[in-house]
Design a protein around this ligand. Structure first.
Ligand code: NAD
Length: 498
């Protein structure tokens, strides 16, 4: 890896004007493997200028050419897939198979965007009045800023960029400074696919870059994914500067297990969804709600499965990798200490884990709390680590009330064999993405991804139909082409009536 990773602007690597730099870590060893440039406000202005100027021609590029570039982009990502996977694991820490999985999910959105000639079809009504027709069309917005989190270095940028570009916009992507390399590989893939210079730009940076993007007059839309406090800030600042904003925030996802559920399947699902990517997923299950009397049996099943998990370097065949930084690991550990102080029962302590990885890696093993009270911080806060809490409740209604009382509403799952209760749950739960006997219900690319309440600020969810709507604005054209010349003096000051 180069000593200093830089931006990608106007079709090529660009060092920018700022001397500020951030450290890039290998989380499995706790070592610094390189540095990344952190953009100044001036650098943001340069990137937005390149994107603005590219938009003047990209917006008129034919749909068939856009679709061809998307197909070629998909082929380029497939060619670089192994390299991209290794880079994600090296900087984030997730295991190789999981890194590959996020690329697969991102590619599904690319495949959806390949259908842009059909997706951008407008409407047409002939003869709404005498020789008057109406057409509706969708047009691009201009420069769109994408601000993405550390936990999906490839997938989250791919939720937005292919659709924004397919719709005729240009893009400035500001990836997380913790995992900056995947964005540059994606930029190279766009270039290989023949995307004109300046249509896709990468600006490495932190809050300085974000705050300039949010106020820059030529940025028309902002897609943000990250923690809830920053999402709220992005939404409020961006909209108060006249921008269209979708800001996806944090989560606390409940998995409710009813007494009639297949408990083996539920325990498998709970462990996979809680500890995959070391719990650093916005759709991770962080609370299991056990509807009694199955609590003891379910917790025993979860403990047995945790005992079989291997924590270690994601490149060496482990099931679960390290956390992304030492600071984040210490924050998660402080939640475990808070849980103990609050009287929760620590059923598995991840602080004692044996690891197969570097001695200075950012390690924390799978951790399980039982008998957790909804008043505690381990229940209420998004921990974003391998810490699973089990709350026990006496009935389905109490489980539903508990889920609905959460400030978050990203994802939830219900495990049951009762179709009527499943139907009631999916209707009454106040959560944006619901899984029935499916633990991480990330919607397929033709649907849209997004939560409710403090998990999303704005109206539009990511990708799918919402993505097309977010990255375009509609225009309605009413036209009259009379077959015969209208008589002179045909003035009427009233709205046309019957
Ligand atoms: P984060 O909020 O710290 O950072 C997200 C982005 O915002 C990064 O690009 C970062 O550089 C920038 N940023 C950070 N602090 C900022 C500030 N004060 N002002 C302006 N910009 C700032 O999030 P993270 O730690 O990178 O990612 C984890 C979070 O993202 C979790 O809360 C997780 O739930 C959430 N997430 C949500 C979804 C979703 O779809 N809802 C998906 C993935 C991750």
């Amino acid at each position: 890896m180069s000593d200093r990773l830089t931006h990608w602007v106007d079709g090529k690597p660009w060092t920018g004007s700022s001397d500020r730099r951030g450290e890039i870590f290998d989380p499995a060893h706790g070592s610094v493997t390189g540095h990344v440039s952190l953009a100044s406000e001036l650098d943001v202005d340069t990137a937005v200028k390149a994107a603005s100027s590219a938009w003047q021609s990209w917006r008129w590029t034919t749909l068939s050419r856009r679709a061809r570039i998307l197909f070629d982009f998909r082929a380029a990502v497939l060619r670089r897939r192994d390299e991209l996977t290794r880079v994600i694991t090296a900087e984030h820490g997730k295991v190789l198979d999981d890194a590959d999985g996020e690329i697969a999910r991102g590619l599904e959105v690319v495949e959806y965007a390949c259908g842009i000639p059909a997706l951008l079809k407008g409407g047409f009504s002939e003869s709404v009045s005498t020789q008057v027709d109406v057409a509706s069309i969708r047009q691009p917005l201009g420069v769109c800023a994408l601000i993405t989190p550390f936990n999906f270095p490839a997938m989250v940028p791919l939720w937005f960029a292919p659709i924004a570009i397919a719709c005729g916009n240009t893009v400035v992507l500001k990836p997380s400074e913790k995992v900056p390399s995947a964005a540059v590989i994606l930029a190279e893939c766009w270039a290989e696919a023949g995307l004109p210079d300046g249509v896709f730009n990468v600006l490495q940076g932190d809050a300085v870059a974000v705050d300039r993007l949010l106020t820059h007059p030529d940025v028309r839309a902002v897609s943000f994914v990250g923690s809830t406090p920053v999402a709220r800030h992005v939404y409020e600042t961006g909209t108060s500067h006249g921008k269209r904003v979708q800001a996806l925030g944090g989560a606390k996802n409940h998995m409710v297990v009813l007494p009639d559920a297949d408990l083996d399947a539920a325990a498998d699902a709970a462990v996979s969804a809680a500890f995959g990517s070391a719990g650093e997923r916005c759709m991770a299950v962080s609370v299991v709600v056990a509807v009694e009397p199955i609590g003891d049996e379910l917790v025993a099943g979860i403990k047995r499965r945790i005992a079989e998990l291997r924590t270690g370097d994601g490149r060496l065949g482990a099931d679960m990798g390290p956390l992304v930084t030492g600071v984040h690991r210490d924050r998660v550990v402080s939640y475990i200490e808070a849980g103990l102080r609050a009287g929760a029962e620590l059923a598995v302590d991840g602080r004692d884990v044996d690891v197969d990885g570097g001695s200075d890696g950012f390690w924390l093993g799978p951790t399980l709390f039982d008998h957790v009270s909804p008043e505690t911080s381990i229940y209420q806060d998004e921990i974003f680590g391998p810490v699973l809490s089990v709350v026990r409740v006496p009935s389905f209604n109490r489980a539903l009330d508990l889920v609905n009382a959460s400030i978050y509403g990203n994802g939830t799952a219900l495990f049951t064999s009762d179709g009527a209760l499943a139907r009631r749950y999916q209707s009454e739960v106040e959560v944006g993405m619901v899984g029935i006997n499916v633990p991480i219900p990330v919607p397929a690319a033709a649907y849209s991804f997004g939560g409710w309440k403090s998990s999303l600020f704005g109206d539009a969810h990511a990708y799918g139909e919402d993505g097309i709507h977010f990255f375009t604005r509609s225009k309605v054209v009413t036209s009259r082409w009379p077959h015969t010349k209208a008589p002179r003096g045909d003035i009427d000051l009233n709205f046309p009536g019957r």
